[in-house]
Design a protein around this ligand. Sequence first.
Ligand code: NAX
Length: 327
Amino acid sequence: MKTPIRVAVTGAAGQIGYSLLFRIASGAMFGPDQPVILQLIEAPIEKALKALEGVAMELDDCAFPLLKGIVQTSDPAVGFKDANWCLLVGAKPRGPGMERADLLKDNGAIFIGQSKIIDAVAADDARIAVVGNPANTNCMIAASQAKRLPVERFTAMVRLDQNRAQTQLAKKAGVDLTAVKDIFIYGNHSPTMFPAFAHATINGAPATSVITDSAWLQGPFCETVGKRGAAIIAARGLSSAASAANALVDHVRSLVTPGAIHSVAVKSEGRYGFDANVWAGMPVRTTTPGSYEVIEGYAMDDFAKSKIAATNKELAEERAFVTSMIS
Ligand code: NAX
């Protein structure tokens, strides 16, 4: 039997957690022959820990053959101990009347604390994937605290946006979803993100030669993808959860599958016109399990450049709000 992978998940009793944990335990994230141990971390709140107990009971009741253990804790030092993957889903939500800067600072404190502990106690090969919003900046903050773990191990999720964009292109073209390839998300996981349709292909042809309505691509397409989270809240009364959990399964699965090409928010290092120190969505190719290289060289036209400039501006502003916390 393979050695189990230890997967730490924060916010484990939340909405996303409730869709995510069962997929991990069933083998969807790491494959059908890879055992896992779930290390579930919740905020030190009685109600959350009680709910976590219930989730762990349900995991038990699924009798997943690959699930070799469940840790339940509110202590990150316990939850992140020897973890190979740290999935940072838990975050403070934006409350009524709360300023964006305050949200960034409150979450900054959480991600600084968690990252210091991850850096101290997680496995040597630990990888960190951030979902809790604002995901890109939380990831940047977490990476800023790492002394042992290299920064490229810290990624934030833009895969939900990629999946949304893929579906919208397929619907517009009237083709099967699998016909759409190479649609990548640049920038922030926020309405400013840019789904770079000019590089996408549909049945191997440029998407722009199949969908010739450029006003739709530049307008409603970008808007629908960017504002999809708000549309789900308006319809469901709750934010995206199952699709977000599914996207995290895809994010990690692609990162452990050599050759996979997908969108991930990584340290920009100045690529594609982003500030060097922000975490921005861009295309990557997985090299070895857990490692990737950024795919460079996609040409950007003036429209793409203006979209990237806008999302970069937002990321730079978010970084500026928290600079004093991380320097
Ligand atoms: P919920 O509010 O249902 O769950 C969050 C859970 O995190 C709660 O159970 C809470 O007790 C826990 N938590 C809070 N602080 C914690 C801490 N310091 N340590 C451990 N646990 C902690 O939210 P949910 O719908 O599950 O969403 C989680 C996060 O994902 C939110 O920040 C949300 O905005 C973000 N999202 C990110 C997406 C992305 O694509 N990057 C898409 C979906 C989602 O909106």
